[in-house]
Design a protein around this ligand. Structure first.
Ligand code: SF4
Length: 466
């Protein structure tokens, strides 16, 4: 994934960009970057943040950075923001999303124009560089940003910092959010609105799908209007959005409470404790506990002093090891207990299986799992999640192949809770992962908890509908 943050201020904005970008650290693991315009030139800092927190890496840079316009990002795709000198002028650019037709666009650019791309990425082309080339081939930043929206298949939200201000362009279907905050003398634009409170900003404006604005220290200039159709990612609320963020008027934590409560209303299992798999399972579990009146507990605690990052390394074996080392069981709350855990989702299920095995080793009597969203049957093709979400890795796909002996022609029956095949798949997943019982949230109740109207929400990874 990735996230970004920008500030246009009448004052030096470096500290706001620093903290605002840091507050996007849960969205990526690879690199962090900051660029500030000091009135004459850009100053840029880029660091690998795989093993060190963003703030620790960037704190020594702060004395070198000064200016009233700045952007920062956390990125899994490439070192960014890029700084560019083009015929449109100097600018810095950062993107969030995925370009599925990257080489089609590259070939189109080669066919029509005299352009080149750097080969600093083992021969591959960085998406943000491609976006900058698309923009440079047009006659204005506005036309360039609109052209990028038109050409890119996948999703792409963009922050483009110029000496005049920050262009913010939300992905054409609004898969990811882009929100403006305001305080005296400053405006910010952020993926996560959770950045606002501690930096003194108040909510000002949320960009619509495909909308483009120019943010200056004086205010917001509308450059291109929002489009009609929106498909914002439902997983923002269910899994990766920060609990204190609000998108489309719906706070993440509140949605998780509602979602957990809806699961509890349709459940009838005898248990002693409700618990959440940290971090995003916790909100759903609190909602479940409040609704069911069954006490919430913490049968294990996440060890945060040295394992603070919520995303984990790309290598699956290391991810599993880190996940195991992070969780410390409390045998007094586990031995002979019937436990119910809410998790945000079940992707491969390997970490969850290890956690459940650990609970059985601590003599749990029963371990019931409730997934806060329906079975993941399709891999996401609109956002840049880690490779572990490729379709055949999904435990639902593994169960389907086990049941069918091969990949079926259609997955429709497995997406329908009223169909026997769905129930066979869920039971097969339960056996693979060694749970006492397993239930998934259904799609209508999940969409109801998000509450912005189902036609505005992307549900592709649950039903394969574009
Ligand atoms: S496919 Fe799933 S993860 Fe991807 S944008 Fe849609 S809802 Fe989000």
């Amino acid at each position: 994934m990735g996230g970004f943050f920008g500030v246009a201020s009448k004052e030096n904005c470096v500290m706001d960009v620093y903290f605002g970008t840091d507050y996007h650290s849960h969205l990526g693991t690879n690199t962090g970057g900051m660029v500030v315009w000091n009135g004459n030139s850009f100053t840029r800092a880029i660091h690998n943040i795989k093993n060190t927190q963003f703030r620790a890496k960037f704190e020594p840079e702060l004395t070198k950075l000064s200016g009233n316009l700045g952007i920062g990002c956390i990125s899994d795709t490439e070192p960014q923001p890029l700084t560019v000198r083009s015929r449109l002028g100097q600018y810095a650019i950062s993107t969030v999303g995925i370009i599925n037709n990257l080489y089609d666009i590259v070939n189109m650019a080669f066919a029509n124009q005299h352009v080149h791309f750097l080969e600093t990425n083992k021969g591959a082309i960085y998406p943000t560089e491609l976006v900058s080339v698309i923009i440079d081939l047009e006659n204005s930043f506005k036309d360039g940003l609109l052209k990028a929206q038109e050409l890119i298949e996948g999703s792409c939200s963009i922050l483009l910092l110029t000496p005049q201000g920050i262009y913010a362009s939300r992905d054409k279907l609004g898969r990811t959010p882009l929100i403006v905050g305001e305080k005296e003398g400053s405006y910010c634009v952020s993926f996560e609105s959770s950045t606002f409170n501690n930096l003194g900003y108040k909510f000002k404006y949320e960009l619509g799908p495909g909308e483009i604005i120019l943010l200056t220290p004086e205010g917001i200039e509308k450059i291109a209007p929002p489009r009609d159709k929106m498909k914002i990612c439902a997983f923002l609320w269910i899994y990766y959005g920060y609990p204190s963020s609000t998108y489309e008027g719906m706070n993440v934590e509140v949605v998780r409470y509602k979602n957990g409560a809806a699961m509890a209303r349709k459940d009838n299992v005898d248990i002693d404790i409700v618990a959440g798999i940290p971090d995003s399972g916790i909100g759903h579990a609190i909602g479940y506990s409040n609704e069911s009146k069954i006490p919430y507990g913490r049968p294990f605690i996440k060890y945060t002093p040295t394992w603070a990052r919520s995303f984990m390394p790309q290598d699956q074996q290391i991810r599993n090891l880190v996940a195991r080392m992070k969780l410390m069981p409390i045998p007094d709350l586990i031995t002979d207990k019937r436990l119910l855990f809410c998790d945000d989702s079940i992707v491969r299920g390997t970490q969850l299986r290890e956690t459940v095995d650990l609970l059985y080793q601590c003599n749990a009597r029963e371990v019931h799992i409730r997934s806060a969203c329906p079975p993941l049957v399709f891999g996401c093709k609109y956002l840049n999640f880690s490779t572990s979400r490729s379709e055949l890795d999904l435990v639902a796909r593994q169960a389907i192949i086990e049941l069918e002996g091969e990949e079926p022609e259609s997955y429709e029956a497995y997406c329908d809770p009223a169909n026997d095949k769905y129930n066979e798949m869920v039971n097969c997943i339960r056996k693979i992962l060694n749970f006492s019982t397993l239930k998934y949230q259904n799609l209508p109740d999940m969409l109801d908890a998000i509450g912005i109207g189902e036609d505005k929400i992307c549900t592709y990874c649950w039903n394969g509908k574009e």
